[in-house]
Design a protein around this ligand. Structure first.
Ligand code: MN
Length: 200
C-alpha cells in the first residue's frame, strides 16, 4: 500500500487562534511527513509489512524484526498518531454523540470531568508525548498518556489524541502547555471522536 501524507480536511489557518497556521503547516508537512518517510525507509524490502496499514503493524510488533522494532515504534507511531490527531481536530463546533456522552458520564462523571482528567494527563506527561482517550477490550473508556511517539494499543483503541510535543504548540504558546491544552477543547472534532468510539 502507499504510505502518503494524509490531506487535512481544513486549511492550516482554520484552527486559529487556538492552533496557528505556521505550526499546523510545519507539523503536517515536516514532522508528520518525516515520520512517514522514516517509517517506509525502516521497512525497506519488507513488502509484507509495507502492504499493511501502519495501525496493524503497530498492533503486531511481533511481526517486525527486532532490529527494526524501535524505528517502527518511533516512526510508525508518529505516522499513526498524527493521522489520528488531524482527524479529531476541526474548526467547527461539535459535541459528543449521545452514546459517547453517556459513556463519558459513566466513566468520568461528566464530560467536563472527563476533560479535566484528560487535560491533567496531557499536562503531566513529562517531556514529549501524547494524551489519549481509549476504548479498552471490555469497551470501557480510559485516559492515559504515553512518552515519545508510543501508540497506546497495548491498553486499547485510541479515539481521541492530543500531541504535547513542544513542536505542537511552541510557536504560539512557548512554555505554556496548559494554555494549549485548554484551547485544544475549542477545536476537538467530537463528530469524529464519536465515530471512532462507535468503531472501536
Ligand atoms: Mn507532533
Amino acid at each position: 500500500m502507499k504510505h502518503i501524507l494524509p490531506e487535512l480536511s481544513f486549511k492550516y489557518n482554520a484552527l486559529e487562534p487556538y492552533i496557528d497556521a505556521l505550526t499546523m503547516e510545519i507539523h503536517h508537512t515536516k514532522h508528520h511527513q518525516g515520520y512517514i518517510t522514516k517509517y517506509v525507509a525502516a521497512l525497506e524490502g519488507m513488502d509484507e509489512l509495507l502492504e499493511m496499514d501502519v495501525e496493524d503493524v503497530l498492533k503486531n510488533l511481533d511481526k517486525v524484526p527486532e532490529n527494526k522494532k524501535q524505528a517502527v515504534i518511533n516512526n510508525g507511531g508518529g505516522y499513526f498518531n498524527h493521522r489520528l490527531f488531524w482527524e479529531i481536530l476541526s474548526p467547527k463546533t461539535t459535541s459528543p454523540s449521545p452514546k459517547l456522552k453517556k459513556a463519558l458520564e459513566k466513566s468520568f462523571g461528566s464530560v467536563e470531568e472527563f476533560k479535566e482528567v484528560f487535560s491533567n494527563a496531557a499536562a503531566t506527561r513529562f517531556g514529549s508525548g501524547w494524551a489519549w482517550l481509549l476504548v479498552d477490550k471490555d469497551k470501557n473508556l480510559l485516559v492515559t498518556s504515553t512518552a515519545n511517539q508510543d501508540a497506546p494499543f497495548n491498553l486499547g483503541t485510541p479515539i481521541l489524541a492530543l500531541d504535547v510535543w513542544e513542536h505542537a504548540y511552541y510557536l504560539n504558546y512557548q512554555n505554556k502547555r496548559p494554555e494549549y491544552i485548554k484551547n485544544f477543547w475549542n477545536v476537538v472534532n467530537w463528530e469524529q471522536v464519536s465515530k471512532n468510539f462507535d468503531q472501536a
